[in-house]
Design a protein around this ligand. Structure first.
Ligand SMILES: Nc1ncnc2c1ncn2[C@@H]1O[C@H](COP(=O)(O)OP(=O)(O)OP(=O)(O)O)[C@@H](O)[C@H]1O
Length: 296
């Protein structure tokens, strides 16, 4: 549904996206993960043609391109970016915002149902100027759902939301995916993203690196022994040397040497607070890739 072919983008002399080639499909939620200032928003802005790549080609919904103003207008019926809280009008009600989006995109979304689904009925007729941060955020999400485009781009959709609303919005996103929408979302809420995204990419050095694909699982199939930092006293120096100690005190040892049986036989499991073996979670992979390794 979206084809990126050798896309490169720089701000003046600062390269942000480097030769990205990737396809995103209908009926999937794609997660973009990276530290602040890496280029997630830039990539979304390129997909919306708010920024024009210096190199490469972007094809949306089979043959669509941004090569003329007329083509752009056509594409904007199919692709939308979630509005920002700064785009809201304080002197209008939430309902007026939803009706405006429904009208502009000529969508057939039942707005009343959407309001109930998002638990917004008790404040939707109040002026937006009186909304809290989380209420405004839910409205921004609802506006994009009301526009009902085939492709939805969302930058930090979960900003300022309490856990109940994070769950609520995740459920609606999954429902939209099941209806065939392509949803691309940049998020720092890693545990949440891992629950519903179909594919998750790290953006690193200007490139997309696949971390997870629901069809195949994590790309890195290595299993890790995971123990608390305090229990590292039971490990030999050379084992500690082979592992990584994450900032929050979790020691990870890749089990790729074939010596795990011997390793386990030598561990005083009864004295250790917790020992697990599993593949890397998104959060752990993120910490290894971008975070501080306490041993460094
Ligand atoms: N308009 C601009 N002009 C010049 N540089 C910019 C501009 N917008 C962003 N940048 C730079 O491009 C890089 C990528 O920024 P971007 O906003 O895409 O990051 P991000 O991954 O979305 O970050 P965050 O998680 O903070 O939203 C940053 O170094 C930023 O300073």
């Amino acid at each position: 549904m979206i084809k990126l072919e050798n896309i490169s983008f720089s701000y003046k002399n600062k390269p942000v996206l480097k030769d990205i080639t990737e396809d995103f499909h209908a009926g999937e939620i794609v997660g973009l993960v990276a530290p602040n200032g890496t280029g997630k928003s830039t990539l979304l802005n390129v997909l919306m043609n708010y920024e024009t790549p210096q190199k490469g080609q972007l094809i949306i919904d089979k043959k669509g391109t941004y090569k003329s103003a007329r083509k752009q207008i056509k594409l904007y019926k199919k692709i939308s970016m979630m509005p920002d809280q700064q785009d809201l009008y304080n002197h209008k009600t939430g309902l007026e915002h939803l009706m405006m989006y429904k009208k502009i995109w000529k969508s057939k979304i039942p707005v009343k149902e959407l309001i109930n689904e998002l638990n917004m009925a008790h404040y939707i007729n109040d002026l937006v100027g009186n909304y809290s941060l989380g209420m405004r955020q839910r409205l921004c999400f609802a506006m994009q759902i009301a526009a009902d485009t085939k492709i939805m781009l969302m930058d930090e959709v979960m900003n300022g939301l309490d856990p109940t609303n994070v769950t609520l919005i995740s459920t609606i996103m999954a429902k939209k995916r099941d209806e065939g929408k392509l949803i691309i979302i940049a998020s720092h809420l890693l545990d949440n993203l891992e629950q519903y995204a179909d594919r998750i990419f790290f953006l690193s050095n200007g490139q997309l690196e696949l971390f997870f694909d629901r069809k195949i699982g994590t790309k890195d199939q290595t299993r890790y022994l995971k123990i608390n930092e305090a229990d590292c006293r039971f490990l030999s120096e050379d084992i500690i040397e082979r592992g990584q100690l994450l900032a929050e005190g979790l020691f990870l040892l890749p089990l790729d040497n074939g010596d795990e049986k011997e390793l386990f036989l030598n561990l005083p499991l009864e004295k250790m607070s917790s020992v697990t073996v599993s593949r890397l979670s998104l959060k752990e992979a993120y910490d290894i890739k971008f975070g501080l390794n306490k041993k460094d």
